[in-house]
Design a protein around this ligand. Structure first.
Ligand code: CP
Length: 306
């Protein structure tokens, strides 16, 4: 496995996280730098995506590199039965870096083990989404001025939401307090609660998305109920609308509080929130470009001079 792969947020420690955030800041000041001249990056998306794929591809383009790849695996030889291993080994013949999203948990780790080319996990099932976490951390830092000692409320699908799993793990370095707001069926999985216990992370669990929870949060991180992960569609229908945020719920929020959402949203954030000063999810998505430029440069061993 290439040590520059980013498969899990646990692959990098506090210092590397902070270094990536600093690099992202440089890219926000100037995203157009020809640092990837002669490099080719593959974006292999076995699951749908708008932001992750397009921001990775924009990142490469703005850095002067080239992109190959697919957004629909049905158009590739995997539809003829080619294994993931063979696909990765073939693509490795052509490129300097692989960015992959896959519906199976562990697929990115497996891919990274069958190639010497660095692999960036762009989401593997309900497991991890580390590049999303870097843009989330960058967004939190930009809006709060710190990553330390924050109260972060995670709302919605905490079972299948890979972004909340990665974020929780990354925050272990920064003394957070988490609130988990979810119904019983979509609560934070036990393995992540054990992770919190082992790493001294405080958390409380809530069924109600109450004013007390909202008004004492620095970050409210909304998530979509992940329909594609449900085996039983009736179960999805039963839980999909349990947690919704609208403008009237925000009147007592802390001034610094910002609403994040990895997007896409369905109806868990009402449209009337979009113009509220607490809303930050569209800016958050824009931060993805800079965070991913930093991640790509790390993977390729490229340092930038501010
Ligand atoms: N946040 C996120 O992963 O969005 P996409 O599914 O559109 O890439």
């Amino acid at each position: 496995m290439n040590t520059k792969s980013l498969v899990s947020i646990s692959d990098i420690g506090r210092d590397e996280i902070l270094s990536l955030l600093d690099t992202a800041r440089h890219f926000e000041e100037n995203p157009n730098r020809r640092l990837l001249e002669g490099k080719v990056v593959a974006t292999l998306f076995f699951e749908p995506s708008t932001r992750t794929r397009l921001s990775f591809e924009t990142a490469v383009n703005r850095l002067g590199g080239r992109v190959i790849g697919f957004s629909d695996a049905n158009t590739t030889s995997s539809s003829k039965g080619e294994t993931l291993k063979d696909t990765i080994k073939m693509v490795s013949n052509y490129v300097d870096l692989i960015v992959m999203r896959h519906y199976l948990e562990g697929a990115a780790r497996y891919a990274s083990e069958v190639t010497d080319v660095p692999v960036i996990n762009a989401g593997d099932g309900a497991n991890q989404h580390p590049s999303q976490t870097m843009l989330d951390l960058y967004s939190i830092y930009k809006t709060q001025g710190t990553l330390e000692n924050l109260t972060i409320t995670l709302v919605g699908d905490l079972k299948y939401g890979r972004t909340v799993h990665s974020l929780l793990m990354a925050m272990r370095y920064f003394n957070p307090t988490f609130r988990f707001v979810a119904c019983q069926e979509l609560g934070m999985p036990m393995e992540y609660k054990i992770f919190c216990d082992e790493n001294g992370i405080r958390y409380t669990e809530h069924r109600d998305f109450s004013p007390e929870v909202i008004n004492s949060s620095d970050i409210i991180y909304m998530t979509r109920v992940q329909r594609e992960r449900f085996a039983d569609i009736m179960e999805y229908e039963r839980v999909k609308d349990l947690y919704n945020l609208n403008n009237s719920m925000l009147s007592g929020a802390r001034e610094n509080m910002r609403i994040l959402h990895p997007l896409p949203r369905v109806n868990e954030i009402a449209q009337d929130v979009d113009d509220n000063p607490h809303a930050y999810y569209f800016e958050q998505a824009r931060n993805g470009l800079y965070a991913r430029q930093a991640i790509i440069c790390r993977a390729l061993g490229i340092t930038i001079n501010s």
